[in-house]
Design a protein around this ligand. Structure first.
Ligand SMILES: Nc1nc2c(ncn2[C@@H]2O[C@H](COP(=O)(O)OP(=O)(O)OP(=O)(O)O)[C@@H](O)[C@H]2O)c(=O)[nH]1
Ligand SMILES: [Mg+2]
Length: 474
């Protein structure tokens, strides 16, 4: 009996050992399969319907290529012997596609990175020829996976940020990349009144598909100008603190507003570009952007654009309009014919109705901001001291400038760029638009047609048809 029991125990031990070996082998294989898949996915997401259009566009390098990084390098243009020759073929940012083995940043943070490009290697040799798909009926509308065809503008994203903003700006970049820039690879300029730290550079460079640049703002662009009476400015801050005016007691917020009003566009790094798209920390983009807004601006001769507009908090700008009127009197030659005074004033310019475009989102033309009319405008306002004796924001400053110095047709409303910056949302009006653009915003949160928005005024002034369904959102 004892011997029988021992035999049974031996069988059980043997069976357990055998099962253990089987389990180990199968698990091990599973791991290898997973890791292979992962590699493939990194190069080329397996779900993409790529083969359809690849053969002609891909210089013969199809999806099945066993040289994924090579394929990525070809985004920058490849000579016949396979040597990388840079990205002239697809514009400035095309030369910097990650995965080409070349660092995509001025910082050291991506050196040695073998990360594949964010878009698939679908690449057209005739990038400059392609028309933009603006509606679902246009050719190429659904080509949202590869690098976008078409020329690139001389454009950059621009963000003013502190090192402590890194995770908030990381969220914004991720959204901008996912919804737009992974297909376009535009550059990104980061500006700061202090040196950026390594974490900031590393994290942001890893997220941006174009080149990243980091600039430190010169002291004279982030300090009190000599003509400011420090005592007077201090009293204002104390008074605003007592009255609980948002950021009313902050010195740095005032430097920020003055910098955004008068200096960001003439930073050394920004001088390399003609177009900018401003991005702030913690914003959201809710819809796919199927076309290049920079190119849209250029082709339609726009100079300034917005997605949200509203009334300014009057306590922050009590004498701004007086200052503007002084400028108009001193520089009548700068006031554009057919301007948007009707957006800014309800009485022909006597008083300001506080309407402004919300400048935490802007796509605009840097040459315009660097032009004499704009510089004269900024300097005239700056002399009056309201950035420090009050708390003038860059939003009303930019908006009044755009409203007076530009013909009204130069200002564009991007209905199809769905956007959030606390606490307002622009969610495109019209269900079909939201479906076509694969939006994830709640239309009920759209601010455009609510009483505190000025967007209706913009539509009325420009005699534009409001999108279908706007009445239901008022
Ligand atoms: N380098 C630097 N950037 C700043 C400073 N203050 C604000 N910023 C940046 O300037 C932009 C505007 O500042 P915000 O604090 O977002 O101002 P806001 O949008 O009016 O207010 P919020 O509702 O807080 O977003 C953001 O991109 C900030 O990261 C500062 O002191 N230094
Ligand atoms: Mg902000």
């Amino acid at each position: 009996m004892a011997a029988g029991n021992a035999r049974i125990v031996r069988y059980i031990v043997f069976a357990a050992f055998f099962l253990g070996v089987l389990y180990f082998i199968s698990n091990n294989q599973g791991y290898r399969i997973q890791s292979d898949l992962y590699n493939v996915g990194k190069t080329q997401p397996v779900t993409q319907p790529l083969e359809k259009e690849q053969p002609i566009l891909n210089s013969g390098s199809g999806l099945a290529s066993s040289e994924p990084l090579d394929t990525g390098a070809k985004l920058g243009g490849t000579s016949s012997d396979g040597v990388k020759i840079g990205g002239d073929g697809i514009g400035k940012s095309g030369s910097t596609v990650p995965g080409s083995g070349i660092s995509n940043s001025e910082s050291d943070s991506t050196k040695g990175s073998t990360r594949p490009p964010p878009g698939t290697p679908k690449q057209q040799t005739d990038l400059g020829e392609a028309a933009m798909a603006m509606t679902p009926n246009d050719h190429g509308w659904n080509d949202m996976l590869g690098t976008a065809p078409g020329p690139r503008m001389n454009a950059t994203f621009v963000t003013l940020a502190r090192n402590s903003d890194v995770w908030e700006i990381a969220r914004s970049i991720r959204q901008v990349e996912d919804r737009f820039n992974r297909r376009y690879n535009y550059d990104w300029v980061f500006l700061n009144d202090k040196p950026f730290d390594e974490t900031f550079k590393k994290v942001t460079t890893s997220l941006v598909s174009g080149k990243t640049h980091y600039g430190e703002i010169p002291h004279e662009h982030w300090s009190f100008p000599e003509h400011i009476d420090q005592e007077k400015a201090k009293k204002v801050r104390e008074d605003m603190a007592q009255r609980k005016i948002i950021y009313g007691d902050s010195i740095s917020y005032r430097h920020m507003c003055r910098f955004e009003s008068g200096f960001f566009f003439r930073q050394e790094l920004m001088m390399n570009y003609e177009w900018y798209w401003r991005v702030e920390p913690s914003i959201e983009l809710f819809c796919d952007i199927h076309y290049d807004p920079f190119r849209y601006m250029a082709e339609h001769k726009k100079k300034y654009s917005f997605v949200l507009s509203l009334y300014e908090y009057v306590e922050t700008i009590p004498t701004l309009w007086d200052s503007v009127k002084k400028f108009m009197k001193n520089y009548p030659e700068h006031i554009a014919e057919g301007n948007s005074m009707g957006f800014l004033s309800d009485d022909g310019g006597e008083t300001y109705n506080k309407c402004h475009f919300w400048s935490n989102f802007e796509v605009g033309n840097l040459e315009w901001l660097r032009s004499k009319p704009y510089i004269d405008f900024f300097e005239s306002l700056d002399q009056d001291g309201g950035f420090f004796y009050e708390r003038w924001g860059d939003a009303p400053v930019h908006s009044i400038a755009a409203g007076l110095l530009l013909p009204k047709e130069d200002i564009h409303f991007f209905n199809d760029i769905a956007y959030y910056h606390v606490p307002f949302t622009h969610c495109p009006t019209g269900e079909q638009t939201r479906i076509d653009l694969r939006c994830h915003c709640n239309p009920k949160e759209n601010f455009d047609w609510k009483g505190y928005s000025c967007t209706s005024r913009y539509f009325d002034l420009n005699k534009l048809d409001k999108p279908q369904g706007y009445e239901e959102q008022e």
